[in-house]
Ligand binder design. Sequence first.
Ligand code: G1P
Length: 289
Amino acid sequence: MKKLRKAVLPVAGFGTRVLPATKTIPKEMLPVVDRPALQYVVDEAREAGIEHFVFVTGRNKGAIEDYFDRAYELEYSLQQKGKTAIYDALDADTPEAGTMSFVRQQSAKGLGHAIWCARDVIGDDPFAILLPDVLVKAEKSCLGQMVEAYNSVGGNIIAVDAVPEDRVSNYGVIAPKSRDGRLIEMSGMVEKPPVDKAPSNLKITGRYILQPEIMDILKTQAAGAGGEIQLTDAMATLMKSQAFHAFEYEGQDYDCGSKLGYFEAVLAFAKDHPEIGIEANAMIKKFAQ
Ligand code: G1P
């Protein structure tokens, strides 16, 4: 079994649900306390052993590339002023040279198309996908839990969690067949089903470990739900020929692409923040009265 080293992060989306904040700032760069949402996702992937990141970007996303570069003037100034702790924190987040690739998705044709744009960098390797809209707060990183499962069963694994039944049509939903602990065998999956047609209330969370053959399927994948090329449709085909499991991870996800989800993520991460956590908790209690 090939080791999982690469991850694809699709970051070309407009962020229409949080406009006007995202008119000039990529939604992935919105701060959750003091770190961009994207940094949490990169941290999660690193913790799971990912060594190379492939960002699928689009127009107006230049801030993302700059964020992962050195900021010489700023770093020099921090050092001159003796702000060592801040400098060290920035330095620790700077990726090693050559460990990030940026590919372009010129038009918004759907998540499946975005992933296919990374095919040349992925080559013949298994890879993870992390949707940066989704932050997962967990004891052990969500992708880390999946890698553990991957090391025992191999094949393809997608993270799932339960949602209230009236919300299933916002997501990809799986049809579970049998369960072994947190691993679930499936008979199928469907993207954004009507509530009365959903095969379960287990939604696809936004963390995937896939084999490279998905790229061959995506190449000819017809548009599906919402007129977009859907990753879920391609995965439903792949599961007919390869081992494929869903994995009910331990943790809590926050949809930072929506106003309320973003707000909840800020509260959740502020509450446990090493610098402001205690005061943030007191503040949250004050507002709850
Ligand atoms: C995407 C996927 C969907 C998944 C969701 C998780 O949908 O297509 O299967 O459940 O992310 O957030 P989107 O949110 O891009 O519409």
